[in-house]
Design a protein around this ligand. Structure first.
Ligand code: PLP
Length: 402
């Protein structure tokens, strides 16, 4: 069976966890601080704050931006549900706009049409690791005095063209960027998140909020020779990362350049292998983006049923996932969006599948994926011509892609 992904962890990570466990300090402490400064240095950001996962990272970043009840935040429906949920946690309202058909990322042209007097900011997503058009989004935001927070959950190691230079996502091109270290992403700490920002006051707020808004942290009290009493001036949260996780993260960060290098090599090979499959739409890297290829997303040939294709592949020993979900199709967001304005998002969810890609994936495994995909495409197509199966439906119109 070829899995959809496989985290790359080994002795170094196990040894790091062991070291912390035996040190006597396992909660947020020196390892978290070291992971933060190493991550900040890697992406080129002035500040990085570690938290328990990317969902809590998004929540805190939006709080730091001042989002509250009555505020609207422009984002995509076409994302993992945590993106929209984080806005709701603050009492805000996500306002969904559609995606670009080629990159599956927010269409900057649609942002201005969604701005109202209640709009406070933009929560853009670098979906599947592919950078969205940040330069354009930040320019629109500054014209309208809006904040920009990047959901960079999948985008550690991705790069964006910024003033003509290639820079890593998280260098804080916008106000803040939020990363995930869930095993499905490019590097993992089991669960974990990071917020990078260019604002000293945001970083201060994030550090308070992740730890109950405690005025004097336990790490400071621990080393103090005087008795110290802390206070809790506002409502905070327990969104801390543990030192065990951070120690694992530091080792993962050392592997990240090699992980990204390998993923790029695998994506290039997929591009060559898959180009022969008729009607299959391969992922496109726009001129402003160098993705880390967290996922390799293909759009199925017109008419081939997604579920049938995925089942055929599973039967052939190849695990896949369907295209990114649409939040507005879930009950909690159904009332907040019009299907007709999110046609490309729905199209991407229904017509795309994600193929296996992970470091140390072998060329022979990629060939097996390609063979299984070509085979499944042919079989579904020929079955449909014979009239035996109704798996392939009439071609859907290409207006969606226009
Ligand atoms: C995975 C993911 C999240 C949530 O990350 P967690 O660390 O699991 O909380 C948020 N947004 C996007 C786009 C994601 O892919």
């Amino acid at each position: 069976m070829i899995p959809i992904t496989k985290p790359w962890m080994g002795e170094a990570e196990a040894e790091a966890a062991r070291r912390v466990i035996l040190s006597g300090w396992t909660s947020q402490g020196p390892e978290v601080a070291a992971f933060e400064s190493e991550f900040a240095a890697y992406v080129g950001a002035p500040y990085a704050c570690a938290v328990s996962n990317c969902t809590t990272a998004l929540h805190l970043a939006l709080l730091a931006a001042g989002v509250g009840p009555g505020d609207e935040v422009i984002t995509v429906s076409h994302s993992f549900i945590a993106t929209a949920n984080s806005i709701r946690y603050c009492g805000g309202t996500p306002v969904f706009v559609d995606i670009e058909p080629e990159t599956y990322n927010i269409d900057p042209m649609l942002i201005e049409t969604a701005i109202t007097e209640h709009t406070r900011g933009i929560l853009c997503v670098h979906q599947l690791g592919m950078p969205c058009n940040l330069e354009q989004i930040v320019a629109i935001a500054s014209r309208h005095n809006l904040f920009v927070i990047e959901d960079a959950a999948c985008a550690a190691g991705s790069e964006v063209l910024w003033n003509g230079q290639w820079e890593r996502i998280g260098k804080s091109h916008a106000d803040a960027a939020c990363f995930s270290f869930h095993p499905r992403k490019v590097i993992s700490t089991g669960e974990g998140g990071m917020i990078t920002t260019q604002h000293a006051d945001w970083d201060r707020a994030l550090r308070l909020l992740r730890q109950h808004a405690m005025s004097v942290p336990d790490t400071v009290r621990h080393v103090s020779s005087k008795v110290v009493f802390e206070s809790y001036p506002t409502i905070g949260y327990n969104y801390r990362m543990t030192d065990i996780q951070a120690a694992v993260g530091r080792e993962q960060l050392k592997r990240l350049p090699e992980i990204v290098r390998q993923r790029r090599e695998l994506a290039t090979r997929y591009g060559k292998l898959l180009q022969g499959i008729e009607g299959l739409k391969l992922p496109l890297e726009p001129k402003w983006a160098r993705t880390n290829w967290q996922s390799y997303c293909v759009e199925l040939p017109t008419g081939c049923d997604q579920r049938e294709m995925m089942q055929e592949l599973l039967d052939a020993g190849v695990s896949t996932r369907r295209g990114v979900m649409c939040s507005h199709r879930e009950r909690t967001y159904a009332a907040s969006a019009q299907d007709s304005l999110l046609m490309r998002s729905q199209h991407a969810q229904d017509r795309c599948i994600l193929l296996p890609i992970y470091p140390r994936m072998r060329a022979t495994e990629q060939e097996r994926v390609t063979f299984a995909l070509r085979d499944a495409t042919r079989r579904t197509a020929s079955l449909s011509q014979d009239g035996i199966s109704h798996r392939c439906k009439a071609p859907s119109n290409d207006v969606l892609r226009a």
